[in-house]
Design a protein around this ligand. Structure first.
Ligand code: SAH
Length: 341
């Protein structure tokens, strides 16, 4: 079966031609799919014969809401979607003064095994298709009635470990006749897969690349993130420097503050030193407690921030949203695994 919603407008045009239709039918299909229609029978401007063949040979992905939680504190909404094969994924809608942002998953599970992250528990099950990523934005917008202006690919999964599908999703969601979300309003977060970063710079996308750094030295970083054994800090930062030179886009570094692990002042100094000369932005994240992990939130966030600022590093501390519904970083799927799977 052909996955219609994962196709570009050009691919839909040639599919239409394969079925003996003029190419412009692809444009019509694209428009309906990106408005959220889930049945070709509702696409009233397509001829009946075309709809029949589409019903026979293709499908339109349509996740169903398994659970929806709304934060009483700040209106953050967490969706648990059930996919066509029964797997579940999560999406979080966050409301900011500057617009609504949606945090989407890129895989069912994750195989990167970061020690502090709940998504790593249980490993990776499969990649998400471009349509399944698009659905998280589209269906969240339709269900909540909130127009979405920003996307962060920071939910479950490692986007650069699902490279082709993520790139295709970006082009779909950015398309002027689709949701038309500007690349500058999209952030992609990676644990630091260097070959993926090198590939991404050649796409010349205007998105914001976020690196989950979490430690400036190999000893600490390897303890927290197994991927550091493959791509150590120096190699990762060299790739980042190159990415900036090729794209002109400032990179963002995520740094989850963990008590007694990565919150020492000499680590702030080392971080400042490593980022010197490279336009960057550091985002300190108060660690979210994950029951299964031995790590706890740092008490030194403010001092760490000041120490970085003094050395000229642009740094912000991330606000916690949706705390009462476990919607914060690294907590997604924690309850899902036990309750829904
Ligand atoms: N795989 C990608 C994107 C998903 S994780 C990546 O690693 O960047 C999204 C962000 O949440 C990452 O920066 C990740 O390191 C962070 N994170 C995971 N668990 C966390 C926790 N318990 N507290 C705070 N941040 C966490």
């Amino acid at each position: 079966m052909i996955d219609l919603k994962s196709m570009t407008q050009e691919e839909l045009a040639s599919l239409a031609q394969d079925f003996g239709q003029p190419a412009f039918r692809g444009k019509q299909l694209f428009k309906w799919l990106h408005r959220g229609l889930t049945s070709v029978n509702e696409m009233t401007d397509l001829p009946k014969s075309f709809r029949e063949v589409l019903n026979e040979k293709t499908f339109i992905s349509a996740p169903v809401i398994e659970k929806k939680q709304v934060s009483k504190q700040d209106g953050t909404i967490k969706y648990l979607w059930r996919l066509s094969d029964g797997n579940c994924i999560e999406t979080v809608l966050m409301k900011y003064r500057h617009g609504n942002s949606v945090c989407i998953s890129s895989q069912v599970g994750c195989r990167m095994g970061c020690a502090f992250c709940a998504s790593a528990l249980g490993g990776k099950i499969r990649n998400l298709t471009p349509a399944e990523m698009l659905d998280q934005v589209l269906m969240t917008q339709i269900d909540s009635g909130e127009p979405i202006s920003n996307i962060v690919i920071m939910g479950i999964g490692e986007p650069l470990d699902n490279y082709e599908n993520v790139i295709k999703f970006l082009h779909l969601v950015n398309h002027p006749e689709g949701m038309a979300i500007g690349m500058r309003h999209i952030s992609l977060s990676t644990c630091g897969l260097v070959p993926g970063i090198e590939r991404l710079q050649d796409e010349q996308l205007q998105l914001t690349l976020s690196i989950s750094l979490h430690a400036p030295d190999d000893e600490t970083r390897t303890k927290l993130m197994p991927i550091n054994k493959v791509y150590p800090v120096e190699q990762l930062l060299a790739a980042c420097r190159c990415y900036f030179q090729k794209t002109g886009r400032r990179i963002s570094y995520e740094y989850a503050m963990i008590d007694g692990v990565n919150d020492f002042m000499n680590q702030a100094d080392l971080l400042a030193k490593q980022l010197r000369g490279m336009p960057s932005h550091v985002n300190l994240i108060p660690l979210n407690d994950v029951e299964e992990s031995k790590y706890h939130p740092s008490q030194n966030v403010e001092a760490f921030q000041k120490r970085l600022e003094k050395q000229g590093v642009a740094v912000t501390v991330r606000r916690r949203l949706g705390n009462d519904i476990d919607a914060s970083c690294g907590q997604l799927r924690r309850k899902t695994l036990t309750s829904a799977d």
